[in-house]
Design a protein around this ligand. Sequence first.
Ligand SMILES: [Zn+2]
Length: 371
Amino acid sequence: MHKRALIVLFATALLAGGAGAWALRAHDGPSPDTNTPEITAMKTATTTPLISKLGHDITPLSPARIEQLAEKLSPADAKIILNKGTEPAFCGTLLDNKKDGTYICRLCSLPLFASNAKFDSGTGWPSFFQPVDAAHVSEHADNAYGMKRTEILCARCSAHLGHVFDDAPQTPTGRRHCLNSASLEFIEKGADFPAAALPISTSSTSAANTQTAYFAGGCFWGVEDRFQQLPGVIDAVSGYMGGKNPNPTYKQVCNGDTGHAETVKIVYDPSKISYPQLLEKFFRFHNPTQLNRQGPDYGTQYRSAIFATDDAQLAAATAFITAQQATDRYKTKKIVTQLAPVAAAGEFFAAEDYHQDYHVKNGGHCALPEE
Ligand SMILES: [Zn+2]
């Protein structure tokens, strides 16, 4: 059986077993080939980011990304954040916190509340009279347990935060946002914010500060997954490049007659990871000495290739391959990586939606090899 068929079977078994599939359950797993309104909405959301007044990207995260973020949560925190639990009164770690700073979402790091809106409500839970930006906290009617309440959630990742009540006349807004400490992380004034907590203009996702690289190293699921895990890599996209027909389908590429290689487009922040560092990782993530194959996958679509976006990348890649060939590692084996400028290789075509973030969505996550 072909490797992909095996992986699909494995992933299907995982999903059927419901392993850690909170987000996937919530999404109810649409067929990857269909363009449901939900998927179309997700695509629209990713191409046109929603920016809050404070300048943060509050585009709702995909269920797959939320599930990936949720891996860091302890079971107790997951119960509150993902399953709308409530921590016992007077037990949260942030109840008595009087320091100056910002409270960000525990799951996605979006800033939610500031210390200057915190007040002692006497209820036993951290209380704030307003969020830092109204668009960062969404509100939903909650009629559970025979009560009429208003649930509050992180607008970006839908993490459960707590409830909001109109019972605080002593505050400027009269409102009490009643929080679970577990749903928040406190960043003291003067401390560094995580990248995901920064407004878009100063964060690493600013388009002006990015560069692009293209690497083909066998099945793109794994290559995309590994690059996506590197700090400094903003986005990795699976696609097809180096062939003759425009907009090829996966089936056409698999048949091997379009000439495309399964290629990953990498958008990166050169102040955090350099092109030579990406080249080094690329040679760790695949075997550059296998001609027109990679492991069990045979065919020109699995060839090793570097498509350089400019003369600087072409020169760096040429020097890198020459230097690698001279090392002991490749002493007895010839590096067969194809090196071509993008101008000669032709356009990159993103692969079908179901190939993107394949391992994140379906399991079988590729661990980074040891250095
Ligand atoms: Zn969040």
